[in-house]
Ligand binder design. Structure first.
Ligand code: AMP
Ligand code: MG
Length: 329
């Protein structure tokens, strides 16, 4: 199958709509990462998503809808705090899990009685979702366990030949996957951290819990049990306090003739002398936005990627550290 990369316009949206309606897959940009979309009402289309990615069949997908879509057709028991959160953060990088009405096919939620819904703010995503006017089941548009894609080229590198169309909306500005928030309980609970932080949710909802996986317990966020986001090169991860040990490790690798690179934020980079650095940027939002791009650059240029954690560890950095640990830990 030939994979086209097209800018988002009337013609490519018409093509995307036809592909989705006939059960095919379309990759599309969002403000977080690129998604691999299928008609959430078609079991066959959704199974094709799992097949194209090589995704485990017990890791549920998020249903994406445009901002005027009536989500009460898909889910029920929406608590008052969820309406407040939707008002505050949607469209945006927040996925909310509700009790499902069973309208979307069971493959989307892997048989769970809940459904995760997201309303992305990216203009291209909105245009695509409006054009199809269907709930679109979409995971990130990468091969399972690889680094999530933040450009159309990243999607092409992973899925060339497996999907007919990639809608190109430029580089994603958010950079890490959406916050996943369980809205089925009395208090919202963060299942996966992201750009909408626990504190931001608590400020609107009054309180907010955070889920931590417990060995032996039924997992509430099936995706979190998998190793994700791994670049295809050797990696090492050092804490901020160990940054000079990381520099020593870098020098040892260089002395052995390895192509070593350090990946860190701008403040740490200032301590790294003339070492080869993949610089993630100055603040937490820049670091999130650049993380996957730099991991993919790292696997292209490096034999070993030596990551150093930023000093700041709260807010958006919770989500960044979660990905960094899975990628390089
Ligand atoms: P991805 O599509 O790769 O960004 O992963 C989607 C994430 O959403 C995974 O971590 C899933 O476990 C989570 N998710 C999707 N649907 C549900 C659901 N119904 N309940 C809990 N978590 C979900
Ligand atoms: Mg993913």
């Amino acid at each position: 199958m030939k994979t086209l990369i097209l800018p988002i316009d009337g013609q490519s949206l018409e093509m995307a709509k036809n592909i989705i309606i006939s059960g095919g897959l379309v990759a599309f940009p969002t403000e977080t990462v690129y998604g691999l979309g299928a008609n959430a009402l078609s079991g066959e289309a959704v199974r094709a998503v799992y097949a194209a990615k090589g995704r485990p069949s017990d890791n549920p997908l998020i249903a994406h809808v445009h901002k005027d879509f009536d989500i009460t057709t898909l889910v029920t028991d929406i608590p008052d705090y969820a309406a407040l959160l939707a008002e505050a953060f949607l469209p945006g990088p927040l996925t909310m899990v509700y009790r499902s009405k069973g309208v979307v096919c069971p493959e989307v939620s892997c048989g769970l009685d809940t459904l995760a819904i997201r309303v992305p703010s990216h203009e291209g995503a909105q245009r695509f979702l409006k054009a199809v006017n269907l709930p679109i089941a979409a995971p990130s548009a990468n091969v399972s366990k690889h680094v999530s894609p933040v450009t159309a080229e990243h999607v092409f590198d992973d899925l060339n030949g497996k999907i007919p169309l990639i809608l190109d909306g430029g580089k994603c500005t958010g950079g890490i996957e959406s916050t996943v928030l369980d809205c089925t309980g009395a208090v919202p609970c963060v299942l996966r951290s992201g750009l909408v932080t626990r504190d931001m949710v608590a400020q609107v909802a009054g309180e907010c819990d955070e889920y931590h996986m417990v060995e032996g317990e039924r997992v509430r966020s099936p995706g979190m049990k998998y190793k994700h986001y791994s670049p295809r090169c050797k990696t090492a991860l050092f804490s901020y306090n160990d940054r000079f040990n990381a520099l020593d490790e870098y020098k040892t690798c260089i002395a052995q003739g390895l192509r070593a690179y350090i990946m860190c934020d701008a403040a740490v980079a200032a301590d790294m002398g003339d070492a080869a650095v993949l610089n993630l940027g100055v603040d937490e939002n820049q670091v999130a936005a650049n993380l996957y791009d730099k991991l993919r650059e790292g696997e292209r240029v490096a034999d070993i990627l030596i990551a150093i954690a930023p000093q700041k560890q709260d807010g958006v950095m919770v989500g960044v550290m979660n990905r960094l640990t899975k990628a390089c830990g």
